[in-house]
Design a protein around this ligand. Sequence first.
Ligand code: ASP
Length: 436
Amino acid sequence: MSQKTSITTKILIGMVLGLILGAMLNWLASGIDWVQTYLVHGLFHVVGAMFINSLKMLVVPLVTFSLICGVFGIGDVGMLGRVGVKSFGLYLLTTALAISLALTIAILVGPGKSDSIQIQNSGFQGKEAPPLTDVFINIVPSNPVHAFANGEMLQIIFFVILFSIAMLMAGKAGEAIASGAEYLNKVMMKVVTIVMDFAPIGVFFLMAKTFSEQGIALILPMAGYFFVVIGCLLIHALGTLNLLLVLLSKLNPLTFMAKIRPAQIFAFSTASSNATIPVTMQSVEQRMGVNNSIAAFTVPFGATINMDGTAIMQGVATVFIANVYGIDLEFSQYLTIIAMSVLASIGTAGVPGVGLIMLAMVFNQVNLPVEGIGLILGVDRLLDMVRTAVNITGDAVVTCIVARGENQIDLDVFTDPEAGVITEVELPFKHEMDTP
Ligand code: ASP
């Protein structure tokens, strides 16, 4: 095993070992108090949560500095507009394709049609969908400090782009800030590398915690629903997205899939597209050669507005719950479901479990019983992990397509299997420092 590949391999090993340990504890030790208190809710929870926090900690500064560099690097407001329109259009397209695929397959397979599922009042309460007008109004931050403090991604993107355009107009003052931002961006990328060094341990504890709480047996009564969602997720990630990549960018999907794997593992372990932003950016920029000027915008934008995997879950869940309750949906309702889930994904951030809240919004629109969501709650965490991996795959595919269209991808880097592989971090010990 070469030194170069060791971090990704170690993360994978951490994931598998954590999964096995968690599943075994769930099976053998779910009634043992000290295991639950000191291991599952103690050690596993604390280390896992510290690791997720350390990833989230990177997101706002990384997006800010690299977006300043990106916009300043483009230096052309026309191109910026083109990148914005193209990525927005592609994100909507991939989400619409995802949910249409899910609805079609779910209608054909018909999960939930057998009468073995008991309807009970689960007490699941949905939220009202925020009016679409609010979604647009909220893109503009009334207080940027509040937006940064709360990690409101669309507001941050809006403010930083505006600020960077002003930098372009401000001559020398703008140039000075841009060179500062470039240094800060470089340093932040190093912070990402340091955090990634702890990833195998973090991922191990996250997996151990999740699987010691989630018995695999939970899946059995929901097997129909569960496997239709997983099947659609795989078809979309391996089929639709790769097809788009080939058709629209002529890039090799096998190379793409190999290089996006670490980001997929992070998304799977954290169930959060937002927390995965630093790793997705690292993968597309350093492993695939996408220019920072594109990725700095499309990756955080996609993590917020593009959720193909979540849309797939919503499509299958709608058909499943309609089947369980014996409700026949009309064609116009299916169209409403497609439109609603595409729109709902724009206004909601990529954080764990948000898909269910969006689903409640969709149900309200088509008058399906929101408490039906209680039926799928039990298996949602596992599906959340898989669909988050699909969500970030969609972000990366669109990033590559847009970058290729703008001639902002270095094909030598893309095809080089060793490019940008994260190696072990060598901390600068005293004798190695060359600065006083
Ligand atoms: N966890 C998903 C994400 O962050 C959203 C969801 O489906 O709940 O992308």
